[in-house]
Design a protein around this ligand. Structure first.
Ligand code: NAI
Length: 576
């Protein structure tokens, strides 16, 4: 439990301690707050009710996002209480898909700094800059250079919204305490001309430097983090595909780092593939995979999938031979001269083709995975072709935000005559087709990275390994009840996300201890109980002076809400 170590206006301005209208009379007296806040003591439930009512007056998700961030700037506990009260409703607002629009407009809707902004012009001084952060024990930095934000391309400093949103999910989904989290934007410029011309753009007004310069800046940053925050894990997010893969290779053996686009996406997709095979009655090794997109998400997933198959006894080469990729220049095959080193293992002998349907007809995949950023790329011909070849085609349309999904669930179910097994990267509503109700799952890595983060936090893991993401994927898959799986749901429901992530974190934590990577002693008891001990709860601290004297906060009498308030707010049409 946090202690209140501030008084008066200073206390009210600290979002981690501020209780707004919920200070008890004894606290107001002890903390110099009399007259500075309304003369009531509201329950947290009543505060939540006000938030819901005010949110109900907003007409767009962007407005709701701005409102919630403002709440976070003033009252962190109430913000997390709100988001954690109904994750299915609030995750799409604080993160995908609203975050895409937030990033596109970041410089325009900006109100207050959050996290750190570190520009390449500070080279040589990175350590000093990091020391400006007020918290000394930082356990996670989520860092982007804005190079490839969601499926929206190079957004430069507007990408700063991503690490902010990602780290909120560490807390909201898995209970990692917010004081240990630091969102970070590394500013090396942008090649986005629209932003370079925008007077309200908040980043450096220069184009991106050569890769060697960028990497030497990142080197200085990674090393400075080790010195300033010795227990910190660095989470790389939304770099371009090539940088994502190369930077991960550069640091993963020496430092506690991971890349969520590479490893987190892979973990969540693996979970979906495991459940798809459960539905079909097959095994992962029986499947053949064709990716649309061969960037960081595709490579991360393919590598993790092959590692999982290798762990089941298949030779790595054989595993790789079951994975094909198709990118903007066509099918990956050995005559192509534009392939990156990490794509070579998936370039198999085949006649060159730039037509995805031709590739499907000849390769005969059982599963297609869209990580191309191209909305609508799985068109009717693609789905029909998959349905001709497979009794139950698996169609994973993972690109986001919503408009970038390779196909919608309605399309997947209709074009496959209800046979398709489908998941998307964003949330879609249930689909009624031909007298049946289908539940499209959300293959979003927010089922994985917060849980892996919690396991790292609780065990103080020294390194982050692929095996941790494989175990997380398996744990997520195991948590889908069979009756929901039968309706096509490949992932757990968001309503229970905290509990699901605690279970996942416990399995990953066990692996961390088994692998000798933990920096704390192994708990003697149950691993789930061990994780629970570390979980943040959105509850207010009680002032030490008040709890010592035994004066407990006594709320004024207010109408008691019998059930959790469920205020509805109008959904935008873009959100299905
Ligand atoms: P990336 O930029 O590294 O790769 C994109 C790939 O798509 C490249 O190989 C490119 O050649 C290919 N591509 C582009 N246009 C194409 C076209 N017309 N036809 C075929 N291929 C085309 O991006 P990354 O990191 O791999 O992400 C891709 C998408 O996956 C993004 O939309 C991202 O938001 C989404 N994603 C979803 C996640 C989830 O949890 N659902 C997690 C991570 C990424």
């Amino acid at each position: 439990m946090k202690s209140i170590n501030k008084r008066g206006v200073e206390l009210l301005r600290d979002p981690s301690l501020n209780k707004s209208t919920a200070f008890a009379e004894a606290e107001k007296k002890a903390l110099g707050l009399v007259g500075l806040v309304p003369d009531v003591t509201e329950t947290e439930e009543l505060q939540l009710r006000r938030v819901m009512m005010q949110l109900g007056h907003k007409t767009t998700d962007l407005d709701r996002y701005i409102y919630l961030v403002n709440l976070l700037d003033h009252n962190e506990t109430l913000f997390y209480r709100t988001v954690m009260s109904d994750p299915g409703r609030f995750l799409p607002i604080v993160y995908d898909p609203t975050i895409g629009e937030v990033c596109l407009k970041f410089g325009h809707i900006y109100r207050q700094p959050r996290g750190m902004y570190l520009s390449i012009t500070r080279r040589g001084k990175v350590k000093e800059v990091l020391k400006n952060w007020p918290q000394k024990d930082v356990r996670f930095i989520c860092v982007t250079d804005g190079g490839r934000i969601l499926g929206l391309g190079d957004l430069g400093a507007n990408g700063a919204g991503i690490p902010i949103g990602k780290l909120e999910l560490y807390t909201a989904c898995a209970g990692v305490p917010p004081q240990y989290l630091l969102p970070m934007y590394l500013d090396a410029g942008t090649d986005n001309e629209q932003y370079l011309r925008d007077p309200l753009y908040l980043g450096l007004r220069k184009t991106r430097p050569p890769t060697a310069d960028l990497y030497s800046f990142v080197d200085e940053f990674v090393e400075a983090v080790q010195e300033v925050f010795s227990k910190c894990c660095i989470h790389f997010e939304d770099w371009t595909g090539t940088d994502a893969v190369h930077l991960l290779q550069r640091y993963r053996d020496e430092y506690c780092v991971y890349n969520d686009d590479v490893q987190g996406t892979a973990g969540i997709t693996l979970a979906g593939m495991i459940n798809a095979t459960r539905l079909k009655g097959t095994k992962l090794k029986d499947e053949k995979y064709l990716f649309l997109g061969a960037g960081s998400a595709a490579i991360g997933l393919a590598n993790l999938l092959c590692s999982a198959l290798a762990a089941q006894g298949m030779a790595l080469k054989d595993a790789q031979s079951r994975v094909y990729m198709f990118d903007i220049n066509g099918l990956l095959e050995p005559t192509r001269r534009d392939l990156a080193d990490f794509q070579i293992p998936y370039a198999h002998e085949h006649v060159p083709t730039r037509d995805f349907v031709t590739a499907i007809e000849s390769i005969k995949p059982t599963t297609i995975i869209g990580v191309s950023t191209v909305g609508g790329a799985f068109n009717q011909k693609v789905v029909e072709s998959m349905s001709r070849i497979n009794k139950r085609p698996v169609i994973l349309a993972l690109s986001n935000p919503t408009e970038h999904a390779e196909c919608t669930p309605e399309q997947a179910y209709a074009w496959s005559n209800g046979k398709g097994i489908y998941a998307a990267g964003v949330q879609f509503a249930p689909v009624h087709y031909d007298g049946q109700t289908f539940l499209p799952g959300q293959a979003n890595n927010f089922y994985i990275f917060p849980a892996v983060g919690m396991a790292i936090f609780a065990t103080q893991a020294k390194r982050v390994t692929d095996e941790m993401f494989i175990e997380a994927g398996r744990a997520v898959a195991d948590q889908v009840p069979s009756e929901l799986l039968k309706q096509g749901l490949l992932y757990p429901l968001q309503a229970n996300i905290l509990e699901a992530e605690i279970q996942t974190a416990a399995r990953v934590a066990k692996l961390v201890f088994d692998s000798g990577l933990a920096r704390v002693s192994r708990p003697t008891g149950d691993m789930v109980a061990f994780i629970r001990k570390h979980v943040y709860k959105p509850e207010y601290a009680i002032a030490a002076q008040v709890s010592r004297t035994g004066l407990r906060a006594k709320p004024t009498r207010r109408p008691v809400l019998r059930r959790r308030p469920r205020f509805s707010f109008a959904r935008e049409t873009s959100r299905k």
